[in-house]
Design a protein around this ligand. Structure first.
Ligand SMILES: Cc1cc2nc3c(=O)[nH]c(=O)nc-3n(C[C@H](O)[C@H](O)[C@H](O)COP(=O)(O)O)c2cc1C
Length: 181
């Protein structure tokens, strides 16, 4: 039997308990239920320096982040929308990844917004993932009006959003199995 696929979650904030962190957790749980091994990079515990900051090229967290990416078959990028684009934490995470880590691997995208829905962050992450030779799946989810998005158990209120997230998770697992080298 072949090895299970490995899916790595990258959160767009330092806090995994944030809204986009919770959405990431839901997606990774679903990928796990579908048979994937899942892992997540914790920026709070292991922050990445800004690319080019003093000492950044020899930073141990960067080395471990890149190693986790190399060992993964797919990625879930979850970012809040800040000023119409991805967060700085997400952009800097992507800046530490090169095609040697990510080429030919699947990317799934999700964003959270304080206001109304927009595809800006999703489109910008799609462009960046393409630049590091990722295969970005067509399914994607923007979770708008984020303060009203969850019930008291941390589950998503809107059934249509829940369905889109499930479809995203299924597509990540199915397409990663097809593309894995
Ligand atoms: C600096 C900053 C800029 C923001 N810009 C936007 C924006 O352009 N559009 C929007 O809908 N929400 C905006 N927000 C709200 C965030 O998208 C929202 O707080 C976030 O998605 C919540 O998820 P989190 O708990 O994971 O951070 C902004 C928030 C911050 C802190």
């Amino acid at each position: 039997m072949s090895q299970p696929i490995r899916v790595m979650g990258i959160c767009g904030t330092y806090d995994l308990q944030s809204a986009n962190g919770r959405i990431l957790e839901i997606i990774l749980d679903q990928c796990g239920e579908l048979g994937a091994e899942v892992t997540i990079w914790d920026h709070g515990a292991n922050p990445l320096p800004l690319v080019g900051a003093q000492g950044s090229w020899e930073d141990e967290n960067v080395r471990q982040f890149q190693s986790m990416a190399t060992d993964s078959d797919a990625y879930v990028l979850s970012s809040p929308e800040y000023h119409g684009t991805m967060s700085g934490v997400m952009k800097n995470s992507l800046d530490w990844l090169y095609s040697k880590h990510t080429s030919g691997k699947v990317f799934g995208l999700v964003s959270t917004l304080g206001g109304q829905s927009s595809n800006n962050t999703l489109n910008h992450m799609r462009i960046a993932a393409r630049w590091i030779h990722g295969w970005v799946i067509p399914e994607q989810v923007a979770v708008a009006n984020i303060k009203k998005a969850f019930n008291e158990n941390g589950e998503i209120n809107d059934e249509a959003v829940r369905d889109r997230i499930s479809a995203l998770s299924r597509s990540i697992v199915e397409n990663t199995k097809k593309l894995r080298r």
